[in-house]
Design a protein around this ligand. Structure first.
Ligand SMILES: Cc1ncc(COP(=O)(O)O)c(C=O)c1O
Length: 355
């Protein structure tokens, strides 16, 4: 495997208070970087002090948007042990996304070794407080400088670390969401199924407009403005009286690690969960009939975020009295207990940090 060198900082930063972290506000002391060059392979793999990258302004990422990232977490268990949550899931999603964007994915051993080494270098940055963790952002960009549309022959891989608290200012309280009918996040055959930066660029305007109207997130629909896709940066689940439904992965929805973990948990309890197409018309009809008990989003950042208000075509529908529902509360408690080591990891989700 490519050798990883280490150049540790002489000027470590002060740690932010763990009860005031917010999300994505702080970066740790170090980052991992490695470079792929066609014909040469991976080189320059190193843990270095966190700081600016030197990139040619002609780099393909700036012009043709070759940028892909992952979002995953490490936790400090109550015992003090540090664990990653399902890093292989994120590796495979990154590798699939890289193929779609014509970027080079690092081999799995380089990804894992880089991850372990940078987190070990910044172990003191893994916060201890309730609802805190170390958010990890592996990223791939096309770094070759050229003009003219074609895939970059160079890929830069880096991993950033950010200690985080709650994703939403609401904490774990229910959020209000806006059903978006003007803008689309993704379309069949496009990039929706991969974590390309371009998807987030295309989502910003809708999210901004929804926020101005008082909604925390957007509910994305498909090209027909019927099929439900996801909610902002989360997958979505609807709990009806006879079934739990999440939209099937149709090629334009991101295959979330939290979605997958929730499906595993629900199936392990023999609860009636189905992955299928679900339309906004069905949701609103069943809401009107009183059949929708809970709705929640799932994602690495927020884990589970109950939906308290759903706006569709001029009407605000309240779900479960705008309160946290029993199923989302139970799932949130179980996943976070497993992450903290307070509940047995029977589904083998945790990978200990190598020392
Ligand atoms: C668009 C989108 N959908 C779904 C998710 C949830 O994915 P995961 O559970 O892997 O974080 C995310 C978050 O990362 C996202 O950005």
């Amino acid at each position: 495997m490519t050798t990883i060198t280490k150049n540790l900082t002489n000027t470590p930063k002060a740690l932010p208070p763990s009860d005031q972290l917010g999300f994505g506000q702080h970066f740790s002391d170090h980052m991992f970087v490695a470079k792929y060059t066609e014909g040469k392979g991976w080189s320059e793999a190193s843990v270095v002090p966190y700081g600016p990258l030197s990139l040619d302004p002609g780099a393909s990422v700036f012009h043709y948007g070759q940028a892909l990232f992952e979002g995953m977490k490490a936790f400090r268990k109550e015992s003090g042990e540090v664990v990653f949550f399902r890093p292989e899931f994120n590796y495979h999603r990154l590798a699939e996304g890289a193929a779609r964007l014509c970027l080079e994915a690092p081999p799995m051993d380089l990804f894992m070794e880089g991850l372990h080494q940078v987190v070990a270098a910044d172990e003191r940055w893994i916060p201890k407080g309730p609802n805190t963790s170390l958010y990890i952002r592996p990223t791939l960009i096309g770094s070759e400088p050229f003009l003219g549309v074609r895939p970059s022959r160079e890929t830069l891989f880096f991993i950033l670390l950010s200690p985080v608290g709650s994703y939403y200012s609401e904490g774990t309280k229910p959020i209000k969401i806006w059903t978006e009918e003007k803008y689309l996040r993704a379309a069949p055959g496009g990039l929706g199924a991969v974590k390309a930066g371009a998807n987030y660029a295309s989502s910003l305007k809708a999210a901004l407009e929804a926020k101005k109207k008082g909604y925390a997130q957007v509910l994305w629909l498909d090209v027909e403005h019927q099929g439900i896709e996801e909610v902002g940066t989360m997958n979505v689940f609807f709990v009806f009286d006879n079934e739990i439904v999440t939209p099937a992965l149709n090629g334009s929805i991101l295959s979330g690690g939290t979605r997958d973990a929730i499906l595993q948990l629900l199936r392990s309890k023999n609860l009636p969960v189905v992955e299928r197409r679900i339309t906004i018309t069905e949701v609103v009809d069943r809401l009107a009939k009183g059949e929708l008990k809970e709705a929640f989003g799932t994602g690495t950042a927020a884990v589970i975020s109950p939906v308290g208000v759903l706006h569709y075509q001029g009407k605000d529908w309240t779900i479960n009295n705008n309160e946290n529902g029993p199923l989302s509360t139970q799932l949130y408690n179980e996943i976070t207990a497993i992450q903290r080591g307070a509940q047995a990891d029977t589904l083998n989700w945790l990978v200990p940090l190598k020392k």
